[in-house]
Design a protein around this ligand. Sequence first.
Ligand code: 3HC
Length: 415
Amino acid sequence: MYIFKAAVVGAGAMGGGIAQVITYAGLPVIVKDIDEKQLELARKHVEGIYQSRVDKGKMTPGQMQEKLGLIEYTLTYDGFDDVDIVIEAVPENMKIKQAVFKELDEVCNPDCIFASNTSALSIGEMGSVTKRPHKVIGMHFFNPAHVMKLVEIIPSSETDQDTIDTVEQFAQELRKVPVVVKECPGFLVNRLLMPYLNEAVICVQEGAATPDEIDAAMGREGFGWPMGPFTLMDMLGNDVCYHVGEYLSSKYGDRMEAAILFKEVFDAGRLGEKANAGWYDYPGGGHSAAVDALIKKLQDEGKVKSGTKFSVDRLMMPMLNEAFMCVEEGIANVNDIDMACIAGIGMQINKGGELVRMGPLEYADELGLDVVLEKLQALEQEFGRRFKPADILVKKVKAGELGKKAKRGFKEYTV
Ligand code: 3HC
């Protein structure tokens, strides 16, 4: 099936960004919300992205107007009867998403594909309230949607092959990198990213380091990431991170138990850049005395440990370990896992000042799987079961598949 026309429901930052991506590829799109103000924000967001292309000399004002003319903003479902795909980007709440899908089922033609931009929730559960579960699929964009190349495609057990193929082809047409991922809580990239972000928050609540120190250690000048974990969370929104964290915690238990400070920061309304307050104070992104006070309160009440030490490994090893488990469970293949982390979260390593793009599995192979196993065992001894090494890692080390030095680890190497 070919996509001639699309619709986006939910005009938040992601919905607006996705609409921009669709029009940039030359396709018409309807953007629907229930709130006029939200539609206006989306319109400004999309215009801002195009304006920056014009300012950079990448397109003319005329071309910009042509692209903007492809978007129709609406509060109703008028025009939804002839769209080929709807991408849902409403708040991360299963009841809201199911209600939207039920409405869409009434107004869209029976062949229309329903895609959800959910960060972590079950595609099967969304499909189950429609008369077309075989046409319901996850299509997960990364923030900022117009910049990040990855789109995770998540079929449920009911999704048919034609829908998967169509959405994969559609993502390519949008000039994105599609990676098909087996359904599991958090899918692939958020499942790997959350343990990393959560450990960063645990470090902060235990007084091991401040957000500024951790961002410096993990960012371009340090480990190599395009931005440190706290800057990233403030960009994504601490409401999004908190909800994804709680959801994964409920699904994976101990090893992803959400840091208490996440809830404190969320309850304090420190939702990130959009709220002018997050892990940092905005505008400017400076150190926050209010966050210091939240940490002090938790420590005074004896609710968190104190005096532990921060290390880069403490953040990176849980991410690597989760990647190993994804290989073990067949969530995606080895190459796709690495590519998804490069295209979705910009993973790169600072090698003596040179930033080298590399996914978690190649990074583990480069460190040596025996070395990674030792690091995880030491962290497990110090901090507990959330660092318990994946079975597949233990097996590979026993089999002598130690990574690049053995020419075989998660990948194979000829030199
Ligand atoms: N919000 C929105 N857009 C932003 C932004 C922000 N905070 N920061 C930068 N951008 C846009 C800029 O406007 C620019 O767009 P343009 O080309 O239209 O002008 C573009 O990004 C590139 O910006 P810069 O030239 O300033 O480039 P940088 O080198 O500073 O890179 C970045 C910015 C691309 C955001 C880079 O820092 C990066 O890759 N960060 C990691 C982002 C990431 O990991 N995203 C995925 C998070 S996980 C997720 O989304 C899943 C969800 O379910 C939780």
